[in-house]
Structures are given as structure tokens and as C-alpha cells.
Design a protein around this ligand. Sequence first.
Ligand code: HPA
Length: 251
Amino acid sequence: MLAVIGGSGLTQLANLEVDRREVVRTPWGDPSGPLTFGRIGGQSVVFLARHGYGHSIPPHKVNYRANIWALIKEAKANRIVSVASVGSIRRDLGPGTLVIPHQIIDYTSGRESTFFDGGEGQVVHVDFTHPYSEEMRAELLRAAEVAGVQVLEGAVYATTQGPRLETAAEINRLERDGADIVGMTGMPEAVLARELDVPYAALCVVANWGAGRADSTEGIRFERIEEVLHAAMGEVRQVISGLCTEEFCPT
Ligand code: HPA
């Protein structure tokens, strides 16, 4: 079972033939919404809208633990693709670009970010040197290639706390830190999947130039973001359809 977590601009998967929706509860509370079960090209897929179906849950209030637990422990997903919109820090990554990041820097604070909260009777440290599944990243890349969709392989994803956007100086600092793209939901989602030992990779869509850069020099224009995301999500769906073909999901 493939799980897809949709972010801003992807509150549903148009190419998913829906079988049923299920409300699930977890020991960590309620996920962002009911899980949508269905099929894409014969492959079983479970979809969850990260911010809720009405896009009402801000990044710092998403119950990441409940979402990941629901997908893995309740829906029995054995791999997760996260779709997320991001701002661009790097000059060659314009709005509309699709990116598969390979690294993360976590600038968030105050989020519930582990399943290993000390109640297990022993301290657990997971390895997170390579935060994304290399195998899944390669599959996403190949699926994009087959679908004829251009994606950029490799980027450092800075996760900020939000919900406000960054200052121009913060974007400059993120660049000095080595970040290429910036978003608000990359963490703790990725590490929670790692803690449950399920392969996880992200497909990011550049929605805008980072604050202070290019056409965001005077501020970020939200009307433009919606247009960009709308256009790019068609490509995201194509990549996900590609991931559901025989090559990656032998039946
Ligand atoms: N910053 C942080 N998160 C984002 C941005 C941004 O510029 N664009 C989309 N998500």
C-alpha cells in the first residue's frame, strides 16, 4: 500500500479511484482528516490531506504523529510519498519546478516530533543521516522520467516553523546554511516515518521565490502561488501515477 500525503494545492488526488473513506483514531490523537482509500492503475493507495480537506490546519498545528501512525499502523502503508509546496532559495529553482530533496535542516520548535517519548523503558535514537529513502527517491525520479515530467534531483529542504513566511535576512541565512528550498512541513513528518521504519520521500513543488528574492523582493504574492501550484499539481499527479505502474508496484 502506497501512502500519499498531499500538501497545499493537493487536497485530493484526481487520478485516485476512490473506494472508501475511513475515520481513524490513533494513540496520538486524530489525523488531519479521514483516510481516502482507492486505486491508481491497480495499485492500492491511501491518501491524506496534511492540512485537512478544507485546508484549515496550519503547519505548526498538524498532528504529524497521528498522521504517520494512521497511515502506517492503521492503513498498513509500507511507503510514503509526501507532496509539499516550498519556497525557492536557489537561483536556478524557479516557481513551478518539481524537486526531490535529499537532505533536511530542521528549524521548527515546539512540535511533537517523536514516538519515542520515554515511555518505552529505554531511550531510542534513530539514525537520520540520510533522512529520505534513497530507493523511493530513485523510484520517484524514474517515475517522473517515464511520465515525461522534469524534476530536479537533490536539494536541501529547510523546515521553518511558520505559519508566517521568512524575512529576507532569514532566507539569506538559510542559503548560508546550505538550504535550497524552504517549507513548513518537512519535519517532523520525515523523522516519524523513519522511527516506524517506513520508506519516505518527498516531492516538492516550488510555489514562489523565497522572501527578498526575484519577484518576492518586495513581498510574496499569494495570488501567484495559487496559479503556480494549480499548474504544477497536474505534473505531480502524473509522477504519482507513474509510481503506481507495474515497474514500481509489481502485483
Ligand atoms: N517559505 C516557507 N514555506 C513555504 C514557502 C516559503 O516561501 N512557500 C511555500 N511554502
